[in-house]
Design a protein around this ligand. Structure first.
Ligand SMILES: Nc1c(C(=O)O)ncn1[C@@H]1O[C@H](COP(=O)(O)O)[C@@H](O)[C@H]1O
Length: 184
């Protein structure tokens, strides 16, 4: 599918692109948030495909893309959308593995519209949701799902946590040294 942006050249199998995670968003206006998920996957060395498809605006293209995801090797879908955000739910309807929704912040209702649209799924068809504009956490969650069967990736995630912890400890040390008045 020409609309899929490749992450790496080494996941071609035959003439098809194989990726473990599929990132999809309803509009290019979602890209600043969705790119945070992509950045984290890139950091962890996880192959992903990334595209813009609207279930509302182009349902036929969306159906083809979502139905083909399993065959393309996708194990987790990250779907971001705003307003009446049906895209993640429709991914969950058509794809049998985990779907992580990212509710986009919106100008009229602040993103609660997106959040409610994503989390209030009927039983039987779950979507896991991160916070409004939670792009990076969606990337982390997708990596954690894959890490349950990938020891190398699990170690990378543990290292990531260690680095995160060290950066918080450094900040606390600095506060101890300079006090809150000189903290910058
Ligand atoms: N929620 C959906 C769907 C869908 O669910 O199919 N398609 C686009 N959108 C969302 O509409 C918002 C505004 O889109 P525009 O900025 O293109 O007008 C975006 O956040 C998009 O994800």
């Amino acid at each position: 599918m020409g609309r899929i942006k490749e992450n790496k050249s080494n996941y071609d199998k035959g003439d098809r692109i194989m990726a473990k995670v599929a990132i999809v968003m309803g509009s290019d206006s979602d890209m600043p948030v969705m790119s945070k998920a992509a950045d984290f996957l890139e950091e962890m060395g996880i192959d992903f495909e990334m595209t813009i498809i609207s279930a509302h605006r182009e349902p036929d293209i969306f159906f083809e893309w979502a139905k083909g995801a399993e065959e393309r090797g996708v194990k987790v879908i990250i779907a971001g959308a705003g307003k009446a955000a049906h895209l993640p739910g429709m991914c969950a309807a058509l794809f049998p593995m985990p779907v992580i929704g990212i509710p986009m912040k919106t100008s009229d209702l602040g993103g609660v519209d997106s959040l409610y649209s994503i989390v209030q799924m009927p039983s039987g068809v779950p979507v896991a949701s991160v916070a409004i504009n939670g792009g990076q956490n969606a990337g982390i969650l997708a990596a954690q799902i894959l890490a349950s069967s990938d020891a190398g990736l699990l170690q990378k995630l543990k290292d990531y946590r260690t680095t995160m912890k060290e950066s918080v400890v450094k900040k606390a040390d600095k506060l101890d040294q300079v006090g809150y008045k000189n903290y910058e």
